[in-house]
Design a protein around this ligand. Structure first.
Ligand SMILES: [Zn+2]
Length: 252
């Protein structure tokens, strides 16, 4: 009996490699000569590259090797005036905002799909790292109920990545603080897990971005676009729900 695909997929890295290496046999692709599944492979390459980078870093690889890898990913420099230049790994000149948003969406989708496969296997040297897997794959490890939204901002100058349906105890901790009148109020703070997820999403978005010479001192921005990651704390969510309820009452 032939080995099934599932038994060959041992961990998340294998699962992503399987997507990348899979030869397309779809008749429509073979007839037309262009594979419609290249986007999926591209997303898998991006997600796998990020995952390997994090695992390598955690494994305590040589500084030099790491620097070399980053050099390949980013070409970054500062000119004599303190202007910054960078090119994200997925940035392409002339790419439309729609294409960028679609790429970010595909990367998130791929990371979620791969996230269903265990990051590491029992009995490997990486097991101890599995305890903190969200550090290596915050998108794949985020609770299943979370939903992601990617939209282009007004004027096509930004991409907004929204995180919805966050389990309260996973994403937020309540802190009782006194306001300026001494009244006790609740302040919601992001957990480390949510912060890591937001940082990862920001970094996915920035991979499609480039900076053609922004300068902090002269307040000049020459970025291709801005990336915003958004999540609402429980208080904001409650306020929105209350607003919607009143709005419905008024109409009904
Ligand atoms: Zn295809």
């Amino acid at each position: 009996m032939a080995k099934s695909k599932a038994s060959k997929t041992r961990n998340r890295i294998d699962a992503l490699r399987a997507v990348i290496d899979k030869e397309c046999t779809a008749p429509t692709c073979q007839e037309s000569g262009t594979c419609r599944h290249e986007g999926e492979k591209d997303a898998a390459r991006h997600v796998l590259g990020r995952l390997l980078e994090k695992l390598k870093e955690a494994a305590g690889d040589e500084r030099e090797e790491r620097a070399q890898m980053w050099a390949e990913i980013y070409e970054r420099g500062y000119d004599a005036n303190g202007s910054t230049y960078s090119t994200g790994a997925k940035y392409r000149a002339g790419q439309s905002m729609k294409e960028r948003a679609a790429g970010i969406r595909a990367d998130i989708k791929m990371a979620r799909k791969a996230g269903q496969t265990p990051l590491v296997q029992e009995g490997t040297g990486l097991v101890s790292q599995a305890l903190e897997t969200y550090r290596f794959d915050p998108i794949g490890e985020a609770p299943a109920q979370i939903k992601f939204r990617v939209r282009i901002g007004p004027g096509y100058g930004s991409i907004h990545i929204g995180i919805d349906n966050i389990p309260q105890e996973w994403g937020w901790t309540a802190e009782e603080v006194a306001d300026y009148k001494g009244k006790k109020v609740t302040r919601w703070r992001r957990t480390q897990a949510l912060k890591d997820l937001e940082a990862e999403l920001k970094s996915i978005g920035e991979a499609y971005n480039a900076d053609h010479g922004s300068n902090l001192y002269t307040d000049v921005s020459r970025k291709a676009f801005y990336v915003f990651v958004e999540s609402d704390d429980p208080e904001t969510l409650a306020r929105c729900a209350e607003y919607e309820r009143k709005h419905r009452e008024r109409r009904g």
